[in-house]
Design a protein around this ligand. Structure first.
Ligand code: T46
Length: 134
């Protein structure tokens, strides 16, 4: 699917534990301008339900696991996110919904721009229409 792919962040694991690095030149596909994280999500809750017009993001579970449905307006796929350094890139015009959060899940999101509500498409029909016009 266009604008969605898995990536592996540079990580160093030894007997002292794991160290994961998000750094330009070491796997990060863009320069970050914002970091946020999502945690304490009840197991039966879905979040997201939107696409971005321009924003690029890398999502990584720094603890636990979750699933993400990604949808380009015609195809929908479910991707599991977990594991040291395992991350997912989501670019523009990808409808996404996050769910099946484990109790210990901390979903860290690295974004290439600051928060801008105008960049969100929060209505699925509007999303499909905008995709068709591109
Ligand atoms: C995304 C997925 C993965 C802010 O004020 N600043 C921020 O940087 C963010 C991310 C959110 N907010 C506000 C906007 C809402 O009033 O926090 C509230 C909750 O945001 P939202 O309902 O959009 O949360 P999610 O989990 O549905 O989506 C978030 C991101 O908003 C979104 O960009 O791609 O995580």
């Amino acid at each position: 699917m266009k604008n969605v792919y898995g990536l592996t962040l540079k990580h160093i694991v030894d007997e002292r534990g794991a160290l994961v690095i998000a750094e330009m030149g070491s796997g990060m596909p863009f320069e970050m301008r914002r970091v946020y994280y999502i945690s304490q999500v009840p197991g039966d809750v879905r979040r997201g339900f939107h696409a971005h017009r321009q924003l690029q993001q890398v999502l990584v579970c720094v603890s636990g696991s979750c699933k993400i449905d990604v949808d380009d307006g015609s195809v929908r796929e479910t991707i599991s996110v977990s594991g040291v350094g395992q991350a997912m890139y989501i670019g523009p015009y990808v409808w996404h919904e996050m769910f099946s959060f484990s109790e210990d899940c901390v979903l860290l999101v690295l974004a290439d721009d600051v928060y801008n509500e105008e960049d969100y498409i929060r209505d699925y029909s509007a999303f499909v229409n905008e995709v068709a016009l591109r």
